[in-house]
Design a binder for this molecule. Structure first.
Ligand SMILES: *Cc1c(COP(=O)(O)O)cnc(C)c1O
Length: 397
């Protein structure tokens, strides 16, 4: 059985969801490959379709492999229950659709993961669901944007690419006064560094693809809910026909067991690289909430227990050939979407171009860095080589 007492977070992450007694004493759960699950009698089949049934009915709804993982994520996050989705974005879609119908209104943070905008501005709009984008720094001012038909206040802190810190407790308090559900995309914290439920959030969404999986080899999402919101998310998962493969679930559970150790190292490395970048003449700003210079540092310190390895750096350089040369010179930092694996990545940030509530006015190139588990001195040397090349190209132009 899972641990029965009250334990600290790292102990919970190590043990939650385990049930060796159910599996010959073997520590990890078996990977059940299942579509059909059989029942011995009509009575047992009928029983399985009564509310509150705790067993397994059909492969699409999950097996004990899935439950080991979702129980562990729920325990890590301190939520009532977790539903696994086939990608992080599928989790965003499933969580939003759980709470809106035609005629409803959503408040979406302007700095949200970009595909959220595509969902809201096309698909949801066509269904008669309206979205208003709001300034991530709005705080208690959110109250003025809440309409009688507003159902969801969607938050993401820090923001994708631009790392604004939202005052989630204040936003959540205002949202709850008007009966809205508060969703947060909690991916940056890995579910470990920000306790969403203690800060007023009802639904915590993760691209588990990132730090939970941690090894750049699985697409997966999770939605962890408080008691009041779980049934709606379970229902939207079933209605949308999603299903998550057992091998992916197993890899995610394997990744989860070390997330606390990995995140510590991501943070240490990221701090070293970010502090070094702050001292560089090529850099206008480092957008990392763990740095005292970050405008959201006080909120980060108040609400978070640590930082992960993702931040952006705003370069002073405006010429594309020079900034392209910088990125192309990097050897350890490869270019690619996603993050949260063991390896370092660099990518130009373009989602800022789509801001509507607070247009992005900076002219220099914004580069998002994911700081991996390499030796930070090698990462710094790699960036230094990139800056040398940038200077050469800028000078020749
Ligand atoms: C990557 C990401 C997602 C989407 O996750 P996928 O697994 O790639 O679908 C959602 N939110 C944030 C903040 C992300 O970075």
């Amino acid at each position: 059985m899972a641990l029965k007492g009250t334990f600290r977070r790292d102990t919970i992450i190590t043990h939650a969801g385990l049930d060796p007694e159910a599996n010959h004493g073997i520590v990890n759960p078996p990977v059940y490959h299942a579509s059909t699950i059989t029942f011995p009698s009509v009575a047992a089949w009928d029983e399985a379709h009564k509310p509150g049934f705790k067993g397994y009915i059909y492969g699409r709804y999950g097996t004990p492999t899935h439950r080991a993982f979702t129980d562990a994520v729920a325990a890590m996050e301190g939520g009532h229950g977790t539903v696994a989705f086939p990608s992080g974005f599928a989790a965003v879609v499933g969580a939003i659709l759980a709470f809106v119908k035609t005629g409803d209104h959503i408040l979406m943070v302007d700095s949200a993961y970009f595909p959220n905008r595509r969902l809201c501005d096309n698909f949801l709009k066509n269904m008669g669901i309206e979205t208003t984008y709001y300034d991530p720094l709005i705080g208690g001012g959110i109250r003025d944007l809440i309409r009688p038909n507003t159902k969801i206040v969607y938050t993401e802190s820090p923001g994708t690419g631009t790392f604004e810190m939202q005052d989630i407790p204040v936003i959540a308090a205002e949202a709850h006064k008007k009966g809205c559900v508060v969703l947060t995309d909690n991916t940056w914290s890995g579910g470990m560094l920000f306790n969403a439920f203690q800060h007023g959030v009802d639904v915590s969404i993760h691209a588990a693809t990132k730090y939970i999986v941690g090894h750049s080899d699985v697409m997966l999402g999770t939605v962890t809910c408080n008691e009041a919101s779980l049934a709606a998310v379970e229902s939207s998962f079933k209605s949308l026909g999603y299903s998550v493969g057992p091998d992916d679930i197993y890899l995610a559970l394997r990744g989860l067991r070390t997330i606390h150790v990995r995140l510590k190292r991501h943070e240490e490395n990221a701090m070293k690289v970010a502090e070094w970048l702050e001292g560089r003449p090529e850099v206008a700003r480092v957008l990392f909430p763990a740095l005292p210079s970050h405008p959201g540092h006080a909120i980060w310190k108040r609400d978070f227990t640590g930082a992960s390895g993702l931040f952006s750096v705003l370069l002073k350089e405006r010429s594309k050939p020079a900034t392209d040369a910088f990125l192309d010179t990097l050897e350890i930092f490869r270019m690619g979407a996603s993050w949260g694996g063991y390896e370092s990545l660099a990518l130009p940030v373009s989602n800022v171009l789509h801001r509507t509530a607070v247009p992005w006015t900076e002219k220099g190139l914004l580069v998002r860095l994911h700081i991996g588990l390499e030796d930070p001195a090698d990462l710094i040397a790699d960036l230094e080589a990139g800056f040398s090349r940038l200077a050469q190209v800028a000078k020749a132009a």
